[in-house]
Design a binder for this molecule. Structure first.
Ligand code: SAM
Length: 218
């Protein structure tokens, strides 16, 4: 596997507009219509979601390698891997029966889940696209208008990234929502959970993990 460089950004600290953007999103519901393909994917899955005793989400699952690993860690849950890339999902490994992979737009899928009252016990966000350019702040999940819906899903949330600023900003956005007990650590990946973690770890990047129990906030 080729070596990669960590995200480089002209940002040296939290984005100067982070608080303003997150506060605005926390005040209002995001109304953009849900894309048809994601609605269809959600509808196709709804019976399995309803039948499951527990749900676990692997958001931005890529090829689904991490989803398969999570299914072994959560054998009594339906583990749903979601990604927008058909090419990546097409390279999924063999996985246990309690896995389902969905091609969908996350911002829409999360809203459909939250509106329908589905509440995962665990929600994993492994290496979301970092969007390191300051102009792309609103593409980072914590500064995206869907952030309140992501919080509404609840559960044990785990975010991993090789971009420390992303994780620090996520922590700040949580605190603006009144959630102050997120834990941020730098860690080394013994057995990588996903292909991107494997690549970043092999390239010597510093890895960051944020964990928070969103259930405790209700
Ligand atoms: C950097 S990769 C990480 C993949 C995997 N989690 C891993 O750790 O190996 C980010 C993934 O998020 C997916 N993604 C990014 N934005 C998305 C969106 N808005 N909706 C669905 N998937 C998205 C991409 O297609 C890509 O597979």
């Amino acid at each position: 596997m080729s070596r990669s460089s960590p995200p480089s950004s002209s940002q040296t600290g939290l984005h100067p507009r982070l608080d303003e953007v997150v506060r605005r999103h926390l005040k209002s519901r995001w109304r953009q219509p849900v894309r048809a393909h994601t609605r269809q994917a959600f509808q196709a899955l709804i019976d399995r979601l309803k039948a499951a005793d527990r749900l676990v989400l692997d958001s931005g699952c890529g090829t689904g390698v991490s989803t398969a690993g999570l299914a072994y860690r959560h054998p009594n849950a339906l583990v749903v891997g979601i990604d927008q890339s058909a090419a990546r999902l097409g390279r999924a490994p063999e996985f246990p029966d309690n896995v389902v992979l969905v091609r969908a737009e996350l911002a829409d899928f999360w809203r459909l889940m939250a509106d329908a009252g589905f509440r995962p016990t665990h929600h994993y966000l492994f290496y979301p696209n970092p969007w390191p350019k300051p102009d792309h702040l609103k593409r980072r999940w914590h500064a995206h208008p869907v952030f309140p819906d992501l919080l509404a899903l609840g559960g044990w949330l785990e975010l991993r990234s090789n971009f420390e600023l992303y994780v620090r900003e996520f922590e700040r956005a949580l605190s603006l929502a009144g959630i102050v007990d997120a834990k941020v650590v730098s860690f080394s990946a013994g057995e990588p959970v996903s292909p991107f973690e494997r690549k970043y770890s092999a390239s010597g990047h510093r890895l960051w993990k944020l964990t928070v129990n969103l259930e405790a906030q209700k």
